[in-house]
Design a protein. Structure first.
Length: 495
């Protein structure tokens, strides 16, 4: 966690209206949604394969934790916590046919837990009611007897979540930590040590097949059952915990520097274990699955695979239905060792990643071979490795387009991305082109290469922070980027 659904161009598949799919369709009144244990069984949307039989419901704890699932990444939303809500993560599950229930009042007891298959506790905080002794005992018995538990934690003792969870974790045989999982280059996404790429992943159903997950300042989990670890040079950054919490916001971040006595890595940041007949997953960063960062790296795959394992529903782990869920699909190429879309410092493009995610179904990763409607590159200052290059060329030859940002090109210079692509396609860079706006280069029998030059830079200095409305200059630059993307999308997918 860092400090502190209608969208333009983003089209969800319409829910199926005919027949019965793995159970009845339940229509809820607004009053039923607001008052407590609302249940949301839902048929799979068109284009999404149904889960048959439907898994047992997920119970979302909205008593001990804040439920921000009604909010998310959309135009005009600038509240930090709303932006990082779990709207998309939960909406997708519901559209696959996973019933969702929300526990909004009363106690968690055996009768309340009996109807669900998975209890989801998302980052508890001090202003919410504490777990009572009976609730802790009931939760432990629920898991031991075959239920599943998903808990989202975070760095240090932010919002006092670690202390709130300690009694529950002790009941479940889990150790708690009040540190942040920091790392060093090249595993950091930006200039700081908190936003990190995690590539040490176990061969476990929760993490199998993943290449990289990413955290926006997360915490550590019990190493005995870790399935994802940061790098050997990493460390656990001790929190700041002043007496009575005086003179400190409830983030309690440390100094983000390695100090004597702090543990060295690799440190676990995600765990998966069995407990009796049940299963538990703990993920150490709330932002990892929030709307802003869900589609960065393999975070969405981790979400799907964790829920699939917890619900014992292997089909839910399939990533392709998630990618095809909405359109148009925009893929931002990311080299995690030299991050751009995941970097929130001045030279990064994280703010542009969030902007595009407000309007389009946007992913940032290195898997260019996966189908998309448009591929975007954040810079032009070096060539691509052969695997992503060949995937990008195949994308162009299929009639689809790419967009290269922050590009300057000298004719014949194949040491940069644009020159490398032009040489591979037998194209030449036009001489004396106007240095304003979008330049388009057509591929014979294929798509188009779009170029926004260095005269109109797209980075965190020209795009507004997600938590702030843009000023006039930022608004103009954002419109330039959005217009370039719209023009390069296939006509059938344009808003």
């Amino acid at each position: 966690m860092a400090p502190a659904t209608a969208t333009r161009g983003l089209q969800a598949a319409r829910p199926s209206t005919g027949g019965w799919l793995c159970g009845a369709i339940v229509v809820l009144s607004a009053a039923a949604w607001a008052t407590g244990s609302a249940c949301l069984p839902c048929p799979a949307a068109e284009g999404l394969p149904p889960l048959c039989p439907a898994p047992r419901p997920i119970l979302v704890d909205a008593v001990h934790a804040n439920d921000l699932s009604p909010y998310g990444l959309r135009p005009g939303e600038h509240d930090y916590h709303h932006l990082h809500g779990y709207h998309r993560a939960l909406e997708y599950l519901r559209n696959r046919g996973v019933p969702l229930e929300f526990h909004r009042q009363g106690r968690l007891d055996a009768s309340r837990l009996a109807s669900c298959g998975l209890l989801f506790i998302n980052l508890v905080s001090a202003e919410r009611p504490p777990f009572l002794v009976g609730e802790i005992e009931a939760t432990g018995q629920f898991v031991a007897q075959g239920g599943s538990l998903l808990v989202i934690t975070d760095h240090t003792n932010v919002y006092y979540h670690t202390y709130r969870l300690m009694p529950l974790f002790e009941q479940l045989g889990l150790e708690s930590f009040t540190d942040a999982a920091c790392d060093a280059p090249p595993w950091t996404l930006a200039a700081g040590s908190g936003w990190i790429a995690v590539e040490r992943l176990a061969q476990h159903p929760v993490t199998s097949g993943l290449e990289c997950i990413a955290l926006q300042t997360g915490g550590c989990v019990d190493p005995r059952w870790a399935v994802a670890w940061n790098s050997p040079p990493s460390w656990d950054d001790a929190c700041t915990n002043p007496r009575f919490g005086e003179n400190a916001v409830p983030g309690f971040c440390g100094n983000f520097r390695r100090d004597p006595g702090e543990r060295s890595g690799p440190l676990g940041v995600v765990l998966a274990r069995t407990f009796g007949r049940g299963r538990i997953v703990v993920a150490g960063d709330q932002n990892m699955f929030g709307d802003v960062f869900l589609c960065y790296a393999d975070n969405y795959r981790l979400w799907l695979q964790a829920v699939a394992w917890l619900l014992d529903t292997p089909a839910l782990a399939q990533s392709e239905p998630f990618r095809q869920w909405k359109s148009p699909r925009v893929l931002l190429y990311e080299d995690y060792r030299r991050a751009a879309w995941g970097a929130d410092d001045g030279s990064g493009c994280h703010f542009a990643f969030v902007l595009l995610g407000r309007h389009y179904w946007t992913f940032a990763n290195s898997r260019l071979e996966e189908p998309s409607d448009l591929i975007v590159f954040a810079d032009n200052d070096r060539p691509l490795p052969q695997r992503p290059l060949q995937a990008a060329l195949a994308h162009l030859r299929s009639g689809k387009n790419v967009l290269i940002l922050n590009a300057e090109h000298s004719p014949g210079d194949d040491s940069v991305l644009l020159g490398q692509m032009l040489a591979a396609l037998g194209l030449t860079y036009p001489a004396g082109r106007a240095r304003q706006g979008l330049l388009t280069l057509s591929v014979a029998g294929g798509g188009t290469i779009g170029v926004l030059g260095i005269d109109t830079p797209i980075d965190n200095t020209t795009i507004a922070r997600p938590e702030q409305p843009p000023d006039p200059q930022q608004a103009a630059r954002q419109d330039l980027l959005l217009d370039a993307v719209r023009r390069l999308l296939p006509r059938r997918t344009r808003p």
